[in-house]
Structures are given as C-alpha cells and as structure tokens.
Design a protein around this ligand. Sequence first.
Ligand SMILES: C[S@@+](CC[C@H](N)C(=O)[O-])C[C@H]1O[C@@H](n2cnc3c(N)ncnc32)[C@H](O)[C@@H]1O
Length: 237
Amino acid sequence: LLGDTSYPAGSLVLEAGCGVGAKTITLASRNPGARFVCTDISAESLAKAKEHNLDNVTFQQADIFAMPFPAAMFDHVFVCHVLEHLTDPVAALRKLRPVLKPGGTITVIEGDHGSCYWHPETLASQTVWQCLIRAQARLGGDSLIGRRLFPLLTEAGFADVRVSPRAVYCDASRQDWVDGFVRKTIIAMVEGVKTQSLELGLTDEQTWRQGIDDLNQVADRSDGTFNYMFFKAVAER
Ligand SMILES: C[S@@+](CC[C@H](N)C(=O)[O-])C[C@H]1O[C@@H](n2cnc3c(N)ncnc32)[C@H](O)[C@@H]1O
C-alpha cells in the first residue's frame, strides 16, 4: 500500500490520524529527508507512536476537524484508515485541504469491506463479516468507504483525483499473508465486534462461534483462499 508513496527531501508531510504509528514507521524510515508532523485525536495512541523514536517525526494531538496549523503549511498530507471511522468524511477532507500548499498532494488509503470474499464461504462466516460492517455503521462509520474515495475527494474540492485499487489475495502458498492478513487483521477485526454484535442482536452466540470457526478454516485449510480490496487515492489541493 505504501510502496509507491515517496516524499522528496525537504518536504513537510502531515499524517492525520496516525494512531500508534503503524504507517508512520514505514513512511518516516523510507523518506529520511522529509519531515513528518503526525497527529491523532487519541493521546494514548500518540504515546505509543512516540515509542518508535523516529528522528524526522513530530507527534501532536489534534482533531482533524480542528486542525491547529496555518494555511498552506504542508507539502503533502497522508491519511490512512481514518475516514472510515468518521461520520462526515467530506467535512474532514475539507479541513485538511487548506493546510496543503497550492499544488500539494493528499494521499488517502481506505479499505472496503464489501470487496471481501473467501473460500470456503459459509453462511455463518458471511454473517459474522456482515456484523463487522453493520457494527461500524451503527457507530457512524462506513467500512465500505474505499469505493467512495473519488466522489469524496472531488466533493471536498480536491483536483486531479486518481484512485487505484490494491488487491490482497492469500492462499496456503503465502503463509505470511495468511497469518498477517487473514488471522491477525481480518479475523481479529471481526472478533473485536463480538460483544457489540451480540448486544445489538445482529446475530446469536452459536452463529457467531460457527462464523469465527469457519473464518479460521479459511486460514487453516490447504484449499482456503481470501481476497480483499484497498483503495488508494492521490489528489491535488
Ligand atoms: C484505524 S486507526 C488508523 C491509524 C493509522 N492511520 C494506521 O493506518 O495505522 C484510526 C485512527 O484515527 C484516529 N481518529 C479518529 N477520529 C479522529 C479525528 N477526528 N481526528 C484525528 N484522529 C482521529 C483514531 O484515534 C485512530 O488512531
């Protein structure tokens, strides 16, 4: 996802919603000549992000909807897996646009849970996956936002919006991906909404257990396969 993102030496980059710094580590280490200001609304996440001790990064607590930076301060803005959690992603993008210099670029990366399919696909595994989508929607987010990057950025006033889909495909011949993506990302994410899904009545305990077992089978079986699509957009102020 980050392989084709590079920032020239001397550029100043804002990473909005950096979380615990998972993407910051890669961006900052691959672009040692650029300087990064990485913000998040969560002080707890920022404290963890700071532990990476990155020389070219400054961390700062800030809400995307109340950016504490002067106009035209940054050469580039980077936002990854943040818009999906916001009730008004266009408003967030409109807040980010003015802090970019004229001609500066924004990079936005989001997933789209509607793009996900796997083999063997059972009714229970589909049910728990739908729980994840519906639980996030109840919180005001949109886990299907990847497909909307073009209209969102356009509506927010960005120019020259280019979106590229990024497919992830895993099978038993790619055990590192099966482990890192299917088990530790996808299944962990679904398991994270168990309480909420049961409380909201999105499914019952037995279907939940069966669905999680079935998803684990996709990772464990020699004939299991898994597909997911991310979307990456680059646009100009
Ligand atoms: C799923 S994490 C993504 C973290 C990081 N970008 C990554 O890709 O690993 C979403 C982050 O957005 C942050 N966030 C949510 N709403 C925000 C807001 N209004 N302003 C700034 N950060 C926000 C959360 O605190 C969280 O750290």
